[in-house]
Design a protein around this ligand. Structure first.
Ligand SMILES: *[C@@H]1O[C@H](CO)[C@@H](O)[C@H](O)[C@H]1NC(C)=O
Ligand SMILES: *[C@@H]1O[C@H](CO)[C@@H](O)[C@H](O)[C@H]1NC(C)=O
Ligand SMILES: *[C@@H]1O[C@H](CO)[C@@H](O)[C@H](O)[C@H]1NC(C)=O
Ligand SMILES: *[C@@H]1O[C@H](CO)[C@@H](O)[C@H](O)[C@H]1NC(C)=O
Ligand SMILES: *[C@@H]1O[C@H](CO)[C@@H](O)[C@H](O)[C@H]1NC(C)=O
Ligand SMILES: *[C@@H]1O[C@H](CO)[C@@H](O)[C@H](O)[C@H]1NC(C)=O
Ligand SMILES: *[C@@H]1O[C@H](CO)[C@@H](O)[C@H](O)[C@H]1NC(C)=O
Ligand SMILES: *[C@@H]1O[C@H](CO)[C@@H](O)[C@H](O)[C@H]1NC(C)=O
Ligand SMILES: *[C@@H]1O[C@H](CO)[C@@H](O)[C@H](O)[C@H]1NC(C)=O
Length: 474
């Protein structure tokens, strides 16, 4: 049956006309639209799911004259009859809803052409398990299986699911599935997306997962998965997204992850993963989201972070990080969010972070950062409460910045009493005149400040005046 060629639904109307024509030319028998067994199978499957007991009466010809958006058909050749290829009940198709005693009927066996079965929020009160024999053996043409947000879908994922080798998408997210990920899953060589997130899956990620050569999306987040991140993941060369967050994974990030040239998202947050971050990750030029927060990484931020040019979001909150914020973070032009809060980072805030054009969230709170905050006024205004530097006892701000506290309530740092530190002098004098308007000089004027910063400030003020004058005359 796999060799029966199918046309797309787009040809449905045309094909329907052909059949009607053929029939009117023949001796006027009943129009053969569907095989009776398949039609009955569909009625039984939907009868076991839907609340409306009269569904079959309202939709006697679901592939042609009395369609329903949750069922799609395609026309086969030899004989040219319609086959049910998709059953979908989800947020977009709510009437009739699933009944409280909804069940997956064995009559699925009568739908051998089914390519998509997707049931969202259908099993809410009636218990359901993924029966290894009843339907997986038969669903040999299934490409897309999505059973999502079904709180009463429990039990284990049967190994036999791997026998559906035609499967491209397996989405079993937000159910109550238990047990381990079956080892045989590695045999699903056509699988492109595997989403088992938000279940109660335990045990280790099997090394065999390295067999899923077509996988682009792997989401195992929000389970109770233990053990190491398997290095065999590094063999899945087309992976774009790995989300293993909120599990109980331990050990280091395997260096083989650095082989995944298409990787755009790596979320390992909320696990027990240790550092250091392997240097091999420096080659992941498509990486956009690197989220590692709440893991005991306990090393310094890797210097190579600056090579991940496409990074949009970098999060290392609560990772026990030590050492400085590397200056290389200031080269990440696409960065929109940088979260390094709740670590033991030391040193100063690289002033050029404030010059990153897209940076819209910066959380450096609860570290041991020190020195004067030299982020531009413009940047501080732009971020408002999305700039958080609280809980760094060594940080201080210039007087003007302090006044802005009403806007940026998380800019909790005292006024610098001492702006004569060699670091600050150097940073300020290193600036090109063009940058002076953006950079915050030390405006603080009172008895405790020394002569030197005043002279510096006067120099900066006059530069600014000259610049404004030049602008004015031009
Ligand atoms: C649900 O269907 C399966 C077979 O598909 C059957 O074994 C089971 O008894 C049914 N459950 C209920 C509650 O009807
Ligand atoms: C940044 O984002 C833009 C637009 O999404 C993209 O064209 C560019 O390649 C990205 N990378 C760098 C390094 O600018
Ligand atoms: C910082 O280091 C100290 C001493 O090692 C440790 O007690 C504390 O938990 C660390 N803080 C964070 C946020 O990691
Ligand atoms: C990592 O640092 C945290 C505190 O930041 C500490 O509690 C933990 O024991 C450290 N773990 C390792 C493996 O060093
Ligand atoms: C960053 O650059 C500034 C000025 O160029 C320098 O003073 C500082 O030591 C650098 N910090 C790091 C962590 O490299
Ligand atoms: C920054 O991080 C701290 C500590 O983790 C958190 O409480 C705070 O809400 C964060 N601030 C922002 C602006 O997200
Ligand atoms: C913030 O602004 C309000 C009025 O807008 C004012 O009453 C309050 O004192 C200000 N707080 C600080 C810390 O400046
Ligand atoms: C925030 O700052 C801007 C610019 O400095 C100012 O116009 C605005 O009134 C401030 N808002 C509050 C709530 O203080
Ligand atoms: C002022 O800065 C100098 C030079 O950096 C430093 O030695 C001194 O401890 C600072 N004083 C205070 C009160 O921070």
């Amino acid at each position: 049956m796999a060799c029966v060629r199918l046309l797309f639904v787009g040809l449905l109307v045309f094909a329907g006309e052909v059949i009607a024509e053929q029939n009117s030319n023949s001796n006027g028998g009943e129009i053969l639209v569907m095989e009776e067994d398949e039609l009955l199978g569909l009625f039984e499957v939907l009868g076991a799911l839907l609340e409306d007991p009269g569904w079959a009466q309202v939709h006697p010809q679901p592939c042609t004259d009395t369609p329903w958006p949750g069922v799609q058909c395609e026309i086969g050749q030899d004989p040219p009859v319609f086959h049910v290829t998709k059953i979908h009940i989800g947020p977009d198709i709510l009437t009739p809803p699933c009944k409280s005693s909804a069940n997956l009927s064995e009559s699925l066996l009568k739908l051998p052409y089914l390519k998509t079965l997707s049931l969202f929020n259908c099993f809410v009160t009636s218990p359901l398990t993924l029966s290894p024999t009843i339907f997986f053996g038969a669903l040999s043409s299934l490409e897309h299986l999505a059973l999502v947000s079904n709180p009463t879908l429990s039990g284990e994922i049967p190994s036999s699911i791997s026998e559906i080798t035609s499967l491209r998408v397996l989405n079993l997210a937000q159910n109550n599935l238990q047990g381990e990920i079956p080892r045989k899953i590695g045999g699903m060589v056509n699988l492109e997306q595997l989403d088992l997130s938000y279940n109660n899956i335990k045990g280790k990620i099997p090394e065999e997962i390295g067999g899923l050569k077509s996988l682009t999306i792997l989401d195992l987040s929000w389970n109770g998965i233990e053990g190491n991140v398997p290095s065999s993941l590094g063999q899945l060369y087309v992976l774009q997204k790995i989300d293993l967050s909120s599990n109980s994974l331990v050990g280091m990030i395997p260096p083989d992850i650095g082989n995944l040239n298409s990787l755009a998202l790596l979320d390992l947050s909320h696990n027990f993963i240790n550092g250091p971050i392997p240097e091999t990750l420096s080659g992941l030029e498509h990486m956009e989201y690197l989220l590692v927060d709440h893991n005991p990484i306990n090393t310094s931020i890797p210097l190579f972070i600056g090579t991940l040019r496409n990074l949009k979001s970098l999060s290392f909150s609560g990772c026990g990080l030590t050492g400085p914020i590397p200056n290389s973070t200031t080269t990440l032009e696409n960065l929109t969010a940088l979260d390094l809060d709740n670590n033991n980072l030391t040193g100063t805030i690289p002033p050029n972070l404030g010059a990153l054009p897209n940076l819209d969230q910066l959380n450096l709170s609860y570290n041991q950062l020190s020195g004067q905050v030299q982020l531009s006024e413009e940047f501080i205004d732009k971020l408002g409460k999305r700039l958080d530097i609280r809980g760094n006892s060594g940080l201080c701000t210039s007087n003007q910045m302090y006044k802005k506290q009403n806007n940026s309530t998380y800019l909790e740092a005292p006024v610098c009493l001492n702006t004569t530190g060699p670091k600050n002098d150097k940073t300020v004098s290193d600036k090109q005149p063009d940058d002076d308007e953006r950079m915050k000089p030390s405006w603080y004027h009172d008895e405790t400040s020394s002569i030197a910063p005043l002279q510096m400030n006067q120099k900066l003020i006059s530069l600014t005046l000259v610049a404004s004058f030049l602008l004015f005359v031009s």
